[in-house]
Design a protein around this ligand. Structure first.
Ligand SMILES: [Zn+2]
Length: 104
């Protein structure tokens, strides 16, 4: 994988997903080379995938990697949170007098 630009770091999610793709690629090539019956397995396995790596610009959770907590992420991988409007108006409960300053 290429190095990130000077002073930057890759989005962790981009790297993890890229690694996953590369591992899958290599696994397929390794199995194929095992099946061909040749004994010399000194060949270099090259990953075909080129998952686009992006520079981390924010810290936050990633929807797919919530269990890892707060990560350095690109805009694509930071989890978006949608605030749902409260359906129906909740009538404001009267504030108990004891909670209001000066009220008795
Ligand atoms: Zn990313």
């Amino acid at each position: 994988m290429p190095d990130p630009p000077e002073g930057k770091m890759w989005c962790i999610a981009c790297v993890l997903f890229a690694k996953g793709e590369i591992d899958t690629d290599l696994e397929e090539q390794f199995e194929a080379s095992n099946k061909d019956g040749k004994k010399d397995h000194d060949q270099w396995f090259a990953a075909k995938s080129s998952y686009p790596l992006q520079v981390a610009v924010v810290q936050g959770p990633c929807a797919e990697l919530m269990q890892l907590g707060i990560l350095n992420l690109c805009w694509t991988h930071v989890a978006g949170v949608k605030i749902k409007p409260v359906s129906g108006l909740v009538p404001a409960a009267p504030i108990p007098p004891g909670l209001l300053r000066g009220a008795k």
